[in-house]
Design a binder for this molecule. Sequence first.
Ligand code: ZN
Ligand code: ZN
Length: 111
Amino acid sequence: MERLATARCDHCGYVEEKLVIGGCTAAGFSGERWPCLCFSCRRIVSALINRKTLACSCGSTEIEPYGSISRESSSRQLFGFGDRAIEDVSYVCPRCGTIAMRFEPEAILSD
Ligand SMILES: [Zn+2]
Ligand SMILES: [Zn+2]
């Protein structure tokens, strides 16, 4: 299943809409997508995470997936995949570097 998320920074106003999370079965795009911070674009991109090398559509491999489950948390989980989770907490903004950005779920897509 594929879901859409919006990322929004309360500090600088950065917004990234329609981030694809989860399975994508469209021709040529088979794989699981997950929001990642691209240090080259300085924005959030939805990258294929089941590839050996993570890469942004800009060609850069300097990208880092958001969220990790390896810590105790009581926060509400918005998205989860494998050992990663996006929770209802603030994350670092790719624009301003402040931990003031949140993910919000958008409409659920059906297959
Ligand atoms: Zn920001
Ligand atoms: Zn990029």
